[in-house]
Design a protein around this ligand. Sequence first.
Ligand code: HPA
Length: 299
Amino acid sequence: MEIPNQWFEETAEYIKARLIDIPDTVIVLGSGLGILADEIKNPIVIDYTEIPHFPKSTVVGHAGQLICGLLNYVPVLAMSGRFHYYEGYDINQVTYPVRVFAKLGVKNLILTNAAGGVNLNFEPGDLMVIKDHINFSGVSPLRGPNLDEFGPRFPDMSNLYDEELLRIIEECSGEMGIMINEGVYAYLQGPNYETPSEIKALRTLGADAVGMSTVPEAIVGRHSGLKVAAISCITNMAAGILPRPLDHNEVKEVAEFASRKFISLVTALVVALYNEKNNPKNMLGEGDVKYLDGNVDGE
Ligand code: HPA
């Protein structure tokens, strides 16, 4: 589906008109992790159905919502409900919201998901910060005419998952005593789970976790100049590791079970990002030190 260029602007204008301020950070909530939205205080909630040009949800009874409010006193935007390629959307519909966020002036894109553990050292309920991905879907969300106003035709992906955000996530998890692994996420189209042989192959190729989301949004986020971070909740061991079939209900249950620590970590990350930006000490570059000295001396 060809998306007219002015749609991004029109969608962004609508959202801007509904919100008081545009937060710096947006969080995309994965399967079973939606309860983070309940933690957002003073929320302004916009149903996706109200937003011009937003893709129409295929999931009956859960249209999806954009929620803007305060997470531990820090302004955030959250997407409760995302668009998956396996639902039948075109890939540029899957990533449509990310380009709208870029238009809105959002700076940080925090993606979350439920994923299968490929690394044998992982356990269901573990968290994994994504340090890199392997796109096994065969699809790039940047296919088609390049949208030059967002980014270049051939964007570099070598620092897709922002190192600074990765460092902050690891600092936060260390301070809070939340164990977090670092790893490589393999993206497949789904919706079927993988075969045991596919999982063996993915492990050989360097994957630690596997899932059906996140990568299209991450690529478009990077292309649009957003800082991208992504956290997986390992909800199950991937196919063939344990002697039982995979079950989506189990995926949801484990994600809900792990969501407390997940919420704590994401909240800490959002607060740390806010403090980094708003704490004047951290905003000073080296060239500014003299000015600070002068000021301090003068008082
Ligand atoms: N495979 C793919 N996607 C998933 C899995 C899995 O095992 N668990 C949660 N999402």
